[in-house]
Design a protein around this ligand. Structure first.
Ligand code: FAD
Length: 400
C-alpha cells in the first residue's frame, strides 16, 4: 500500500515510521526546504502517553536522549504570590514521565530515523490540492508535480490543505487571542529546580520557564492580542521590537521574567496561537487527517506532539489490519475522536485563564490556590489517568 504523507512534523514523521513498521510503503512530502523548518519553534513537552506512542514505533529514544524529565509546575501571580504547584503528569511504572525537548531536536531526531529506515523524504513539496481517484488518490504540489498513492495522510498542521480537500466545509483553526514566543538563555540566580517549570500569571502577559539540566533557561510567553495579527504583521516585527515589547509587558511583574527576556540572545519569533476543537469530517475516500490538521490542541495542554504521535500509530495499525482503506480510516476516527476532543476542551480551559482583566485576575488569584491544591492530590492524578496512561499495543489486531 503506497501511503503519501503530507507534512514532516511529529505527526508526519511518526506516521512514516509507523507505516514502514506496518509493512506499508510510506513517502513523506514536506513543504519546507531541507531542514528549514527546524529553525522554527522553541520547545515542546512529550507526555507519558506520547512516549508510549513513540515506543510503539521504536522512536522514544529520540526524546529520552535529547529531552529531560519535567517534574512539577509551580504557579505564581504577577504580584509574586505562590499559588500552588502540580505535577506535569504521573511517573508510570515503566519510568515514563513528561519530558521537555527542543522542537528542533525532536523533529531532527525523528527525521534521522525516517532517513535511516530508508523511507523517501521529499522537501520543497507544498501540497496545494488533493483528489480521490478510482482506487487511489493524487496529491498536487506547488512546484507543479504530483504523486499518486493508495492513501493520503494529511499531517500538514493546523493550517492543513488536506483538511479542506477532504471537506471544504471543515472549519479552519480558531485564533486563541494569544501569541507564542520563546527562547533560551543563561541567566544567573534563577530560582527553579532543574526540570521543573515556573509559570507566572503576570498582569499583562503569561510567562513560563524551566531550567535544563545544564543550567540553560528555556522560556516562553503568551502575549495577548485581541485582533489576530496577520502573517505580514508578524514577519515585520524584528527580534529587537519583540524583545522590547515583551520586556514592557513583563516589567510590572515580580520575578525574573523581564530579566530572562532581556538576557536572551539570538533570534526570537512571535507566532499566533490557534486551536481546532472539532471538525465534522476527518476522512473522505482515501484521504485522512492526523495531528494538528485534525484537532489542534492549544500548547497550554502540553499534549500536541503526544496526540500527533498517538494518531500516527493508531492509523498505521488500522491500515495494516483492515483491508479496505475507507474502513481503516473510519476505524481510525472511531478510535481517536472522543479522546482528542476531550483533551482539546481541557487545554482551552487552561488558556482562558491567561487573558483576564483586573477583576478576573483578582478572582483567579483567590481561587487558584484551592484549585491547584485539589489538582495536586493522588485522587486527581488518578482521575487524569485516562489522558496520561493511554497505551497503544502495536501487536494487537484492529478489528472492524
Ligand atoms: C514552525 C512550527 C513551530 C512550532 N513551534 C512550537 C513550539 O515552540 N511549541 C509548541 O508547543 N508547539 C510548536 N509547534 C506545534 C507542534 O509542533 C505541534 O502542535 C505538534 O507537534 C503536532 O504536530 P503536527 O505534526 O500535527 O503539526 P506540525 O508540527 O505543525 O507539522 C506540520 C508539518 O507540515 C508541513 N506542512 C504544512 N503545510 C504543508 C503543505 N501544504 N504541504 C506540505 N507540508 C506542509 C509543515 O511545514 C510542518 O513541517 C510548532 C509547529 C510548527 C510548524
Amino acid at each position: 500500500m503506497r501511503v503519501l504523507i503530507i507534512g514532516g512534523g511529529v505527526a508526519g514523521t511518526a506516521a512514516a515510521l509507523a507505516a514502514d513498521k506496518a509493512g506499508l510503503e510510506p513517502r513523506l512530502f514536506e513543504a519546507y526546504d531541507e531542514s528549514a523548518g527546524l529553525e522554527h519553534g522553541v520547545f515542546l513537552t512529550v507526555a507519558a502517553n506520547g512516549m508510549d506512542a513513540l515506543r510503539a514505533v521504536d522512536a522514544h529514544h529520540v526524546v529520552l536522549d535529547a529531552g529531560f524529565p519535567s517534574g512539577r509546575i509551580r504557579f505564581h501571580s504577577g504580584t509574586g504570590k505562590h499559588l500552588g504547584s502540580i505535577p506535569l503528569g504521573p511517573a508510570l511504572d515503566d519510568d515514563s514521565v513528561t519530558r521537555t525537548i527542543r522542537r528542533s531536536d525532536l523533529y531532527g531526531g525523528l527525521y534521522k530515523l525516517v532517513a535511516e529506515r530508508n523511507i523517501p523524504i521529499e522537501h520543497g513539496k507544498r501540497l496545494v490540492r488533493a483528489e480521490n481517484l478510482p482506487g487511489g488518490v493524487r496529491a498536487h504540489f506547488a512546484d507543479g508535480t504530483s504523486a499518486d498513492g493508495d492513501v493520503l495522510v494529511g499531517a500538514d498542521g493546523v493550517h492543513s490543505v488536506t483538511r479542506t480537500a477532504i471537506d471544504p466545509s471543515n472549519p479552519g483553526p480558531r485564533y486563541t487571542g494569544l501569541g507564542n514566543i520563546g527562547g533560551f538563555t543563561r541567566t544567573a540566580d534563577i530560582d527553579a529546580e532543574p526540570g521543573d517549570y515556573v509559570m507566572i500569571w503576570g498582569r499583562d502577559c503569561f510567562f513560563g520557564y524551566t531550567v535544563a539540566p545544564d543550567g540553560e533557561v528555556w522560556w516562553f510567553a503568551n502575549p495577548p492580542a485581541r485582533q489576530e495579527p496577520s502573517r505580514a504583521d508578524l514577519r515585520r516585527l524584528t527580534g529587537a521590537d519583540l524583545k522590547s515589547r515583551l520586556i514592557d509587558l513583563l516589567s510590572p511583574d515580580k520575578g525574573p521574567a523581564a530579566r530572562i527576556v532581556r538576557d536572551t540572545g539570538g533570534e526570537i519569533r512571535l507566532t499566533n496561537q490557534y486551536d481546532l476543537p472539532s471538525i465534522p469530517t476527518w476522512h473522505d475516500g482515501a484521504m485522512v487527517v492526523i495531528g494538528d490538521a485534525a484537532h489542534a490542541v492549544s500548547p497550554s495542554s502540553g499534549q500536541g506532539a503526544s496526540l500527533a504521535a498517538e494518531d500516527a500509530v493508531v492509523l498505521a495499525r488500522c491500515l495494516r489490519d483492515l483491508p479496505a482503506v475507507p474502513d481503516a480510516l473510519a476505524r481510525y476516527e472511531s478510535l481517536r475522536r472522543d479522546r482528542v476532543e476531550r483533551i482539546v476542551t481541557w487545554g482551552s480551559g487552561m488558556n482562558n485563564t491567561k487573558k483576564q482583566g483586573l477583576v478576573g485576575r483578582a478572582l483567579r488569584d483567590l481561587a487558584l490556590p484551592l484549585i491547584l491544591r485539589k489538582a495536586d492530590s493522588p485522587k486527581e492524578m488518578a482521575r487524569m489517568a485516562w489522558m496520561f496512561e493511554h497505551h497503544i499495543d502495536w501487536n494487537d489486531t484492529v478489528r472492524p
